[in-house]
Design a protein. Sequence first.
Length: 663
Amino acid sequence: MSLQSGLDALKQKRYQEAVELLEQFCRDCVERDSSDYLSAQMWLMKAYQATGEIEKAKILCQKLMMSENPQARSWAEQASQSFRQTPATQSNASQKAGRAATTGMKLAMGGVGGSLALASGVTMTLLFGMVLALGLSLVFILGSDDPLQGLAIAIGFTLVFNIAAFFLSPFIMDLTQGWLYQTRWVELAEVETLSPETAKIINQICQQKKLKTPRLGIINDENPTAFTYGSLPNSARLVVSQGLFTYLDDDEIATVYAHELGHIVHWDFAVMTVASTLVQICYLIYSTARRLGRGGDSKIKDAMQTAGLVAYVFYIIGTYLLLYLSRTREYFADHFAAESTGNPNGLSRALVKIAYGILEEGSRTQEPSRLIEGTRALGIYDHKAAASTGTAYRIASDPQKIGRVFLWDMFNPWGWWMELNSTHPLTGKRVRALSTYAEQLGLPTEFDMGRVVGEGKSLNKSRLYGNFFLDVVLYGAETIGFFIGLVMGVILWSSSPNTGLAFGAPLIGLGMGILVKALVMFPDYKQAPETDILTLMSDPYASPLRGKPAKLEGQLIGRGDAGYKFGSDLKIQDRSGMLYLHYASRFGPIGNFLFGMKRVQSLIGEQVGAVGWFRRGVAPWMDLIQIQSENGTIVNSYHRFWSFILGGGSIILGVVLTMFLSS
């Protein structure tokens, strides 16, 4: 794709075509510091202005203002003046919901998020008890002659380890962050040059709460994110990415910093630091006990296996406790930011723009960001939820379109179920809470969540809830089938000793579960309707189980696997948004690897038609059936094929095993 063709389209006022050509050139350009790339960025900004995509033009202008090329910087600084004179910009600004005249007004949470103190206390108590119990078991396994001495050793071991983890983990995180992301530590004055209101908010909160200004870091990555870690409030680290300053306005950046300062004021960042360490201790003990239990004395072997099983159960429980604490603390940090800045609408906009920024950066690179993936639990926003919210914001800053995407978060029972495995509350629920704070302050809300709630109440309840509990069972059909087969095999074997039934029945149950689930997951797709990504995202009835057949037209823009150069999953982008495509080779994992290694790179950049089953969890995706490119290349995917092969194969193996062992 040549730069000249994009410039010609722009000169001839074919603005939409110019946008497409220049975007394609920028994606294909390898040398991001070249003069051609910078020229394409400049003219793309002009094309965005011409098509009315002012938000995109402003973001691109901000990026150019931070370029190392002095001519590009100077051009962008002059171009930035045009935004102050653009009627579309003024209209857009006038639509931005306002903020309170004063800060610090107390806002009722109304039960949102539960109790942070209770969540922290229960999590820490249970995790501490788990590690203590595991420490005791290991000490007694090693054969202490004096139980009291063993108890003292176990308590001492637990205390020393926890204290060491508490104080050392921030320094370990510093080294890790510096090595992985090249974190740059800065003074408050530098933050002030990037966002004046942020500096005022930091000073205001630190003075009010008698806190030392946290150590401030910036990561040179355009994916917008922010996170906090540490052990004590006066030695906390608050790190943001450069993308935060690119995609957010000054007042919105300030609310993000206030949110992160809320974690410090509440001490929950320290609780998370320790709790995460304790969960990892459980897993460490599980893996160690499992390894030691493979040989040696039978008594010690049995004891190690028991300790390993207990440790693994504690690890699973601890993980879900940690996820619950993580979600609860986000609600309280949002509440703190709303009170401290008097600007809950600013934080609502910030969350949506962060989703948009993650989506935009993902569309410009072939590899997903390691920063966003690696800091998922710590960051202000779960990047897996960005596809739906960012898609709505990507094509228009229309609050109604964004609101429809939130319907699934707020009313679909699968949203609640999937949220159990998420580090963050669903975006719709956070924006709803922030809207109630705006109402308490007497402000108009950024997103009309009252209308969304009203629309949610009119949804077909039988479609939402009628089959939900059955679907939850079907979602785990293979596991349930295996255990039903196991129980039946044991019962039949106990009444009529037959080794074949004990081993064959679980495999038969597993196979039947896979087949039943496949029939529900992969319905007939021959009449799949043509649609776009935003329409799919806006479906409040979407399910991670019952696939919705759909046809999409768009461009393959990169891989879907973070940091994996041979990943077989892809990303497709149309004019309304971006969606992950999940590929399955007929040759299984080896075929997936070979496809990722040999064919994916040649497909990236192609305009394609894709057919598949759309699903929605915290992150939406499509299980591919077929991709067909403009040049005639056809790629088939075999999700349903493998389900039937695995299900049928398991049943046949179970029957053969039963007959063979019975004979």
